[in-house]
Design a binder for this molecule. Structure first.
Ligand code: DX5
Ligand code: ZN
Length: 215
């Protein structure tokens, strides 16, 4: 699968509705929504009230990436705000299995996120419960950072693990994705690419989306 989930973190927050409309009319598949608490990551972005407004205008699934400590506390809130897919960090959950089941039970697709320092082998006993796994290809917290090259080998390792344990599970990559590295990422086995700066800082975001997808 070759999907793209543009990250609204790089959108113009003063013109969020305009940027969401642009994505509605583009080849984007999902809208990536980055929630940060200033504790799990050094930055603070926005919370449920803003997600609710995004939902009101978006005509594509909301792919909500929680960069917050103990995300299990907010599963119901983000469902209520309109999340369709909810991903939580391995590094931020004490009871990951419970949290993933709670996300599913609330009616959303669930996913685990791994920071760049976390090996794929950590997922051996949890991928059965995941609809997707998100590999961070930068240290989370900010848009516009440089892609970490080691990600390609992690995608290949993850694909092998999923072939054994959960072939339906999707692989998503987040951080420093652009039209130069996108083909190799899809080739390595990625299904969904998140792109913030590569889309919103481009002169023509809709054609950037098409070229990342290889259209
Ligand atoms: C970073 C966020 C990303 C970010 C990606 O912590 O999780 O989703 O918006 O931005 P780019 O594509 O600019 O690296
Ligand atoms: Zn993200």
């Amino acid at each position: 699968m070759k999907l793209i989930s543009p990250s609204l973190l790089s959108a113009d927050f003063g013109n969020l509705q305009r940027d969401i409309e642009m994505l509605n009319h583009s080849e984007a598949d999902w809208l990536h929504v980055d929630v940060m608490d200033g504790l799990f990551v050094p930055n603070i972005s926005f919370g449920q009230p803003v997600v609710k407004h995004i939902k009101r205008h978006a005509r594509k699934p909301l792919d909500v990436h929680l960069m917050i400590m103990d995300p299990g506390r907010y599963v119901a809130d983000f469902r209520e705000a309109g999340a369709d897919i909810l991903t939580v960090h391995y590094e931020a959950c004490t009871h990951l299995d419970r949290t993933l089941h709670a996300i599913r039970d609330a009616g959303m697709k669930c996913g685990v996120v791994l920071n760049p320092h976390s090996p794929v082998s950590l997922l051996e006993d949890i991928v059965q419960v995941c609809d997707l796994v998100l590999l961070m290809s930068v240290n989370p917290g900010f848009g516009g950072q440089k892609f970490i090259e080691n990600t390609y080998s992690k995608v290949r390792q993850l694909r092998q693990l999923l072939d054994r344990k959960n072939p339906q599970c999707l692989i998503e990559i987040d951080g420093g994705v652009n039209c130069q590295n996108a083909p190799a990422l899809y080739e390595a086995g990625a299904d969904v690419l998140v792109a913030g700066n590569a889309v919103f800082k481009s002169d023509d975001p809709q054609s950037a989306i098409r070229s990342i997808k290889g259209l």
